[in-house]
Design a protein around this ligand. Sequence first.
Ligand code: ZN
Length: 288
Amino acid sequence: MENKGYLINEVGILGGNDKVKTNLFYLFYNCCKRGGEMIDTHCHLSKDDYDDIDLVIKENKEAGVSKMIVSACDKKSMLEIISLKDKYDFLYVTMGYHPSEALSVIDKDLQDLKKNLKLSKVVGVGEIGLDYYYSKEFIEKQKWLFEEQLKIAQELDMPVVIHSRDATLDTINILKKYSVRGIIHCFSGSLETANIYIKMGFYLGIGGVLTFKNSKLKEIIKSLSLDNIVLETDSPYLTPVPYRGKKNSSKYLKYVVLELASIKEMDPKDVIEITTRNANSLFDFNNK
Ligand SMILES: [Zn+2]
C-alpha cells in the first residue's frame, strides 16, 4: 500500500479518461503487488549508460518486470554482461555482433561468439542484421556478418533477434535462406512487411515508439494479433511517452503495455499475459 501515492502521481502525469485511469491503477498496483510478469525481450545494460546498474535492476524488478533479456552486441558489452548475468536471477542475454560492428569483426570473434552462446542464461543470437541507415559503405561486409551469425544460430538452434533499418528487402531475402526463428526487434515497417515476417514465423518486437504521438505503428498494430508481438524497451534508447527524452529502462515497459491495451481495447493484464507467453515460447529460459 505504501506505493499508492506514487501510483496516483503517475496516473496524474498521464491524465486521460476514467477507463484509462482505472486500467493504469490496475496495472501499476497489481503488477507491483504480484511481482509482475512482463518480459523485456530487448534492452541494453552497460556501465556507459547507467551510473548504478544494481539500482536500475532493482527498480525494474519492482516495476513488474519478471525477466530482462539484455542484448550484448559488441565485444565490450559481451564481456560486461558475462560478468553480470549470474548476479541476478531474472537477467538473460542475447549475444551477436550488431551490423555497425561489421568492419571490425574477424573470424576469431565469431568463434568467441559461438563459445559465449553456450554459456548459461544466454538464450539467443542478437542483435544481428543489416543497417543501411548507419552506413551503406560496407553493405557486403554487413551481409557477410549477418549470414555467418545466422549459420551459428541455425547450428545451435537458438532464436535470433534481428536489427533491420532501411534494409527490409535484403533482410527478408537473407532470412529466407536459413531455418531460424526469432524477433524482428523494434519493428517499424508496413503492415505488408509485418505480415511477411509473421508468416516466416517471427515475432515483432514492440517498444516505446508505439507511444509516440504520430507513430504509424498504432494503425498497423490494430490489424495484427498480439499472438505475434513481444514487448521490448531497447533501453537506454526509445523511451516511451510520458518519459520520452529521458533515459529508458525496463521499468517503463508498462507504458508500452498500456498503449497496446488501449489500441487493441484489451485489459492490460491480457496484453501482459499474451506477450509473456510469446516470449516464453520463443526463448528457452529453463535449460539455461
Ligand atoms: Zn538494441
